[in-house]
Design a protein around this ligand. Structure first.
Ligand code: KIV
Length: 268
């Protein structure tokens, strides 16, 4: 049975109070957003992982506001009933409040209902200003991929006490700044559980264990169409790569064997 989809930011707080888990997937284009729209998944993140998944980059660093705006608009055209969160790309919120607000305006005019940005230290004023401008902000701590060069790779964060305390403190600060929700990426499950207990806003985990208030996955990962590399936290719900290449090979065989198109697939 189809559930009532998340339609506005207030549902996130209610779901946490009701202990009702929140499901989010990424989408970057209209055709996949159309499929998410037909599902029970609560919300869509137009993630800057688009730079990797859609554009073939090795990190999210090359994502730019214009790129995110194009993907957001494509998703918004197809997923009218879903709550849409667009990622603020690398450095777009580190260049002063007015430049960050311009970027937020571009993403909201493209169809996003909220923005997500990574980290907090050094851009507290920007977050405060965006929230104060009436734009819901989702925080993101732990493995923040835009800092991959600082981390020396995509590594689990918060394994030692000092780092764990830092992440827990950042989570508290983001709640105090008015974020409506918080992504916890690639941190130990116990740390994610602690942060989830300590915060009133819902936590959304990716590689953060089962105790967060919701989960987010990259759509191509869960569809099994993201290539061979699969992090431990990904669950592949279908082997999409095998299904799709099989369809291509059957098409190829039909064309080469003269079985496509048939009379009913031709005009008279
Ligand atoms: O860009 C993205 O897809 C993300 C998720 C992995 C949380 O930020």
């Amino acid at each position: 049975m189809r559930q009532v989809p998340v339609t506005n930011v207030r549902d996130f707080a209610r779901f946490k109070q009701d202990r009702r888990k929140i499901s989010i997937v990424t989408a970057y284009d209209s055709w996949s957003a159309h499929l998410v729209e037909r599902s029970n998944v609560d919300a869509i993140l137009i993630g800057d992982s688009a730079a990797m998944v859609m554009h073939g980059h090795r990190t999210t660093v090359p994502a730019a506001v214009a790129m995110m705006a194009l993907h957001t608009a494509a998703v918004a055209r197809a997923a009218g009933s879903k709550f849409l969160i667009a990622d603020m790309p690398f450095l777009s919120y580190r260049n002063g409040v007015s430049s960050a607000v311009r970027a937020v305006g571009t993403l909201l005019r493209s169809g996003a209902h909220a923005v997500k940005l990574e980290g907090v230290d050094g851009h507290e004023d920007v977050i405060r200003h965006i929230v104060g401008s009436g734009v819901p902000v989702m925080g993101h701590v732990g493995l923040t991929p835009q800092s991959v060069n600082e981390f020396g790779g995509f590594r689990v964060q918060g394994r030692d006490v000092e780092d764990a305390e830092k992440i827990a403190r950042q989570a508290q600060t983001l709640e105090q700044l008015g974020c409506f929700s918080l992504v916890l990426e690639c941190i130990p499950a116990q740390l994610a559980a602690r942060i989830t207990r300590e915060l009133a806003i819902p936590t959304i985990g990716i590689g953060a264990g089962p105790c967060t208030d919701g989960q987010v996955l990259v759509l191509q990962d869960l569809w099994g169409v993201a290539g061979d590399h699969s992090p431990r936290f990904v669950r592949r719900y279908i082997d999409g790569e095998a299904m799709l290449t099989d369809a291509l090979d059957r098409y190829d065989a039909d064309v080469k064997g003269g079985q496509f198109p048939s009379a009913s697939e031709s005009y008279s």
